[in-house]
Design a protein around this ligand. Structure first.
Ligand code: ATP
Length: 200
């Protein structure tokens, strides 16, 4: 299965063009690293790829078709700040089961303790909360995962733990993985291909 941005252009309102006639494609078998200096449009591109925004021109295609307009999106985006990606007024069990059902085995494999489900988001550490967000993104219909600077705010031990869990899930479920990072060493370690937007 292929995820593709075909000749897309995008700008916020009447602002400058962030992406102009831009092409990107990756296969489900790939783990692609996307690197570029701050402000180059990495987060904008992944928002478009996951269907959170639409390009002004061009198309986002999954296996040659537009992303579904309703229901579960097979391209799931995980953000840098997990606390901004969950509703602070919902207990974690409600957040987790909002989009799709998540099986117990998956929770266990992500190191999520059942008791945590009864807690509020601010009662978990950043690393624990990020694991929730990853588990939430791993619905049965997910085909591509996009990780947008997901470990930047975490200490190195928690970073290693997060990537171990995530890469195991990607391998087991044969998901495509797109990793947005400023960390070239991380990209080289986990990715099968690296795209440098600055060099494009
Ligand atoms: N909601 C928005 N409204 C207006 N401009 C925006 C918005 N979000 C981002 N931008 C602008 O779009 C450009 C690209 O931003 P984007 O966040 O995609 O870059 P990035 O490469 O992910 O940067 P970083 O590495 O710092 O996260 C920046 O100039 C930014 O100021």
């Amino acid at each position: 299965m292929r995820l593709e941005a075909r000749n897309i252009s995008f700008r916020y309102g009447k602002g400058p063009w962030i992406l102009k006639n831009f092409h990107f494609q990756m296969e489900q078998e790939e783990r692609v690293g996307l690197i570029a200096p701050s402000g180059y449009g990495k987060s904008t591109l992944v928002k478009l790829l996951a269907g959170y925004a639409s390009p002004a021109a061009g198309e986002i295609l999954l296996e040659g078709r537009p992303l579904p307009k309703k229901g579960y999106c097979p391209v799931q985006l995980i953000y840098q700040h997990p606390e901004k990606a969950v509703n602070p007024r919902w207990k974690l069990k409600d957040t987790l089961f909002e989009g799709c059902s998540v099986d117990q085995e998956l929770l266990k494999s992500m190191g999520i303790e059942e008791e945590w489900l009864q807690r509020w988001p601010n009662e978990l550490s950043g690393g624990e909360l990020q694991r929730f967000c990853i588990a939430r993104a791993l619905g049965a219909k997910t085909k591509f995962l996009i990780a947008d600077e997901i470990s930047t705010m975490l200490d190195v031990i928690t970073q290693a733990q997060i990537w171990t869990y995530l890469l195991r899930a990607v391998q087991e479920r044969k998901l495509g993985l797109l990793v947005v990072t400023h960390n070239q060493a991380l990209a080289e370690r986990i990715c099968t291909r690296i795209i440098d937007l600055e060099a494009k």
